[in-house]
Design a protein around this ligand. Structure first.
Ligand code: FAD
Ligand code: FES
Length: 229
């Protein structure tokens, strides 16, 4: 795919804009391949936004692959495969909240475009710098908290349907809270990936129905995949 531009939200967070004809489903992801062949594997990145042939991927620099992405410039060509995986189920008529930790915010910006009334977005991050300004033109009901536990701020009684993405410990707490408040929940899981399309089994997780591949049966799972009512 061709790089259109790259925005810097803060010192370690970027949005890479690419030319892409295919309209993805919210909650799907792409495998983005570093150009340095020694790094081999693609890096899975969620869809931050898509509009009229332009795909946005928000990423945080963690290791060698994402560090390399920061050097991409307008006109560069990179290998990007996807969209992969099963995305979120849309239940527009229900009052909805997203609970995001860190770059777990990424899929909810595009997903929010599928709702007529804007969903509430609870966003917890270690570094809130730049986000509010960057997201100003998106119609998000954004509540940002820097540090602490984002789950401490969630009003579970105010909404029917929850979606979450972020660090495993945060999502475990959201699952526990949605079980105790009897709320519907979908979780976008993060696992280290090899192929990204179901062949290597490297991303398998345990569910009540046995092992599932995060890249193929996920990344979005339901509360019921982990909990018997
Ligand atoms: C379905 C899915 C969607 C994702 N969406 C996004 C996104 O939108 N934005 C974003 O910034 N990141 C996202 N990630 C995480 C992202 O893929 C990793 O941060 C990235 O692959 C790290 O690559 P690297 O080369 O920088 O790091 P590496 O050098 O490969 O590793 C550096 C560090 O990152 C950790 N790491 C590597 N891969 C993962 C992973 N898959 N999950 C958790 N930790 C990992 C390693 O354990 C290590 O500590 C997503 C992951 C999945 C599975
Ligand atoms: S990453 Fe290969 S099966 Fe999921």
């Amino acid at each position: 795919m061709k790089v259109l531009r790259q925005d810097k939200i803060n010192a370690s967070t970027y949005v890479l804009w690419l030319e892409s004809k295919e309209r993805p489903d919210p909650g799907q992801f792409y495998m983005v391949y570093p150009r340095d062949g020694a790094k081999l594997l693609g890096r899975p990145l969620s869809i931050f936004d898509y509009q009229e042939g332009t795909l946005g991927l928000l990423y945080e620099v963690r290791g060698e692959g994402t560090r390399e992405f920061t050097g991409l410039e307008e006109g560069d060509e990179i290998q990007v495969l996807g969209p992969y995986g099963q995305g979120f189920h849309i239940k527009e008529e229900r009052s909805t909240a997203f609970i995001a930790g860190g770059v777990g915010l990424a899929p909810f910006v595009y997903f929010s475009r599928f709702f007529k009334s804007r969903p509430k977005v609870y966003f917890g991050t270690q570094n809130a710098q730049g986000y509010e300004e960057y997201l100003r033109d998106y119609n998000l009901g954004l509540e940002i908290h820097q540090g602490g536990y984002i789950t401490d701020y969630v009003d579970y009684e105010a909404f029917d349907q929850f979606y979450t993405c972020g660090p495993r410990v945060m999502m475990e707490k959201v699952l526990e809270d949605c079980i105790s408040h009897d709320k519907d929940l979908e979780l976008s899981m993060e696992e280290r990936m090899g192929c990204g399309f179901g062949a290597c089994l490297g991303c398998s997780i345990e569910t009540l129905a046995g092992q599932k591949r995060v890249c193929k049966e996920g990344p979005v799972f339901r509360k019921e995949d982990f909990f018997h009512a």
